[in-house]
Design a protein around this ligand. Structure first.
Ligand code: PGA
Length: 258
């Protein structure tokens, strides 16, 4: 049986405040990961301004992620960062369609373009999907289905292996209230079914599905064991090196068997 490699991504969001603090956190993460088995893939996604510092301070202990990218190749796009710029900084993963950007007006159409540019550019796109709230009728499943369908519809077959899906219910992000393992498991199966309908069953079982939303050192073990996800997209706790490494340690332990 092949062991499925867990994936833990730390999203630092717009933290910390200075480059020297970013270096310190990255060194802390690198140090905290030292004692682990290395069986999990660990990605740290700092603000774009700190990518170089975090790469140097991380000393190769984790991969580098970006929190967003422009779908354009280059040119007159003030404030933009392109896929090739990220690749030249050795970034391997890009978070696409995070709910905090959706809330600021990022549309499904733009998200589809960003994901397409990311995977075409040979980076891994971590597509975030999630509902604002859960209704008794289960309409939130339709919301997730629409987000997935619009973002994945134009991904070429040869690029499908570079897609990761992160289920991040908005009500669980930064609130301290995580989805239950049962909710996560149910949604993981639903996402797999939508992907199977869009692409094919075989590919759908291979696409890593992560959970994000108030993941902590305390709940990671249970969410992995009962939730059936491949790993986590971690916000707040990813800035606390010890806690982040505890989450990685649980992921190594509870990695599912294929
Ligand atoms: P949180 O954030 O872990 O702080 O809830 C998760 C995210 O926004 O990716």
């Amino acid at each position: 049986m092949a062991r499925v490699r867990p994936l833990i991504i730390g999203n630092w969001k717009m933290n910390p405040a200075t480059v020297s603090q970013a270096g310190r956190v990255a060194r802390g993460v690198a140090e905290a990961l030292k004692g682990l088995t290395g069986e999990a893939t660990v990605v740290v996604a700092p603000p774009t301004a700190f990518l170089t510092e975090v790469a140097e301070s991380g000393a190769g202990r984790f991969l580098l992620g970006a929190q967003s990218v422009s779908p354009e190749e280059g040119g007159a796009y003030t404030g933009g960062t392109s896929v090739s710029m990220l690749r030249s900084l050795r970034v391997s993963h890009v978070i696409v369609g995070h709910s905090e950007l959706r809330a600021k007006g990022l549309t499904d159409t733009e998200i589809a373009r960003i994901l397409e540019a990311t995977v075409k550019g040979k980076l891994v796109g971590v597509l975030c999907v999630g509902e604002c709230e859960r209704d008794a009728q289960g309409q939130y499943f339709g919301i997730i289905e629409n987000q997935l369908t619009s973002a994945l519809a134009h991904i070429a077959q040869q690029d499908q292996s570079r897609v990761v899906i992160a289920y991040e219910p908005i009500w669980a992000i930064g609130t301290g209230v995580n989805a239950t393992a049962g909710d996560i498991h149910e949604m993981q199966l639903f996402i797999q079914k939508v992907v199977a309908d869009l692409w094919d069953r075989e590919t759908a079982t291979r696409v890593p599905i992560l959970y994000g939303g108030s993941v902590s050192g305390d709940n990671a073990a249970e969410l992995l064991k009962e939730g059936g996800v491949r790993g986590f997209l971690v916000g707040g706790a990813s800035l606390r090196p010890r806690e982040f490494s505890t989450i990685v340690k649980h992921a190594e332990h509870y990695a599912r068997f294929a």
